[in-house]
Design a protein around this ligand. Structure first.
Ligand code: ATP
Ligand code: FE
Ligand code: MG
Length: 351
């Protein structure tokens, strides 16, 4: 199956052509990402109305470029997959409407993809990972632990009770005077820093569930950031914040692995981390240690597919099409769309 993927849920206009063979082999034929970074930078964050307009301006050329780079024509597509939520709904509508138009014009089926399902399958763009697996989804808007039994079949083990991990990175980076998007900038600043210099709160330590909390850390770090005067101090705070986030993610994942093991045999011990924060080296290292400790195989998307891209949307669409799942042209854009609810709606057998 060869599928065009479209992603417009946040501040990246992206299009990609992905081929998925019957044996599950995945080939990314093209992946074009047009970032709106410069348009939002002056505001220190994504402005929804600016984002939606920028998607309208960019989507045509980005989709055409993805097709051109794949060497295929619209007529050769077996499906069109567009992000239908969750995200900034003005932007989601742009990509979804474009996808519907392509589907209508070519006769190829439309798949209205949950953006989070895209992140969930993104590690499969780099390696063949079998179901089921334990998933940590850590992005700009989400922080969740899920048991993924198959396409559209997720069970949530825990979520953040306040901010997402990426959001914490971004907000603390802003308090440190770093440019948006803050996560990668904070990681760079933290290199060589002393993570133990500042006392930062350790949220939810020892709790028996798999929930997360980052707002206490955000507030504490922002308060300390105000008092700093030297680059050394800022570097040490960045290191401390990165360590605190990695440690919390790792603690919760350790807990989730123990729960997952209660219902899964040794042949199912696979762990996947996905979403923008999966690009962070300290986070990856902490999670890798969890895997070694608990006997799980570790997988993460190639760095280019951690943050938003359309290849993961195309692949999620291809996996759904392979199971005979597609959507009508009246599919709606959804600002909120929990992954486990999507699972229940799309495949009641797995609810
Ligand atoms: P969602 O997928 O929840 O709708 P999103 O699409 O905005 O949110 P992603 O694109 O998956 O999120 O990830 C972006 C987030 O990842 C941002 O918060 C960004 O700061 C963070 N991030 C990206 N790279 C790194 C890094 N190297 N270290 C820490 N955080 C990072
Ligand atoms: Fe995302
Ligand atoms: Mg983004």
């Amino acid at each position: 199956l060869t599928v065009l993927g479209l992603e417009t849920s946040c501040d990246e206009t992206a299009a990609s052509v992905v081929r998925r063979d019957e044996d599950g082999t995945v080939t990314v034929l093209s992946s074009i990402i047009g970032t709106q970074f410069e348009k939002h930078a002056p505001f220190g964050g994504v402005v929804p109305e600016i984002a939606a307009r920028a998607h309208v301006e960019a989507i045509d050329a980005i989709a055409a470029e993805a097709l051109r780079a794949s060497g295929l024509s619209f007529a050769q597509l077996d499906g069109v997959a567009a992000t239908a939520g969750p995200g900034l709904v003005g932007g989601v509508m742009v990509g979804l409407a474009f996808g519907k138009a392509v589907a209508l014009a070519t006769g190829a089926p439309l798949v209205a993809v949950n953006h989070l399902e895209g992140h969930a399958v993104s590690a499969r763009l780099g390696a063949d990972i079998a179901y089921p697996f334990l998933l940590l989804l850590v992005s700009g808007g989400h922080c969740q632990l899920l048991e993924v039994a198959g396409v559209g079949a997720c069970k949530r083990l825990g979520s953040t009770i306040d901010d997402a991990a990426g959001e914490a990175f971004d907000k603390i980076a802003k308090a440190l005077g770093l440019p948006y998007p803050g996560g990668p900038a904070l990681e760079k600043l933290a290199v060589g820093g002393d993570a133990s210099r500042y006392n930062l709160p350790r949220a939810l330590l020892g709790r028996k569930d798999c929930d997360f909390s980052f707002s206490g850390l955000k507030t504490a770090a922002a308060r300390i950031a105000e008092t700093l005067t030297t680059d050394d101090e800022r570097r040490d705070l960045a290191a401390g914040v990165q360590f605190a986030i990695a440690r919390q993610l790792s603690e919760r994942v350790d807990r989730a692995m123990k729960l997952y093991k209660e219902t899964h045999g040794p042949e199912d011990l696979r762990f996947v981390v996905a979403g923008g924060v999966a690009a962070n080296g300290a986070v990856r290292a902490a999670l890798l240690a969890d895997c070694e400790k608990n006997g799980f195989a570790f997988a993460a998307p190639p760095l280019a597919y951690c943050t938003d891209n359309a290849a993961m949307i195309a692949l999620a669409g291809a996996e759904r099409l392979a199971l005979g799942l597609s959507d009508d042209l009246d599919a709606v854009a959804r600002p909120r769309w929990p992954l486990d609810e999507a699972a229940a709606l799309a495949n009641p057998m797995n609810a």
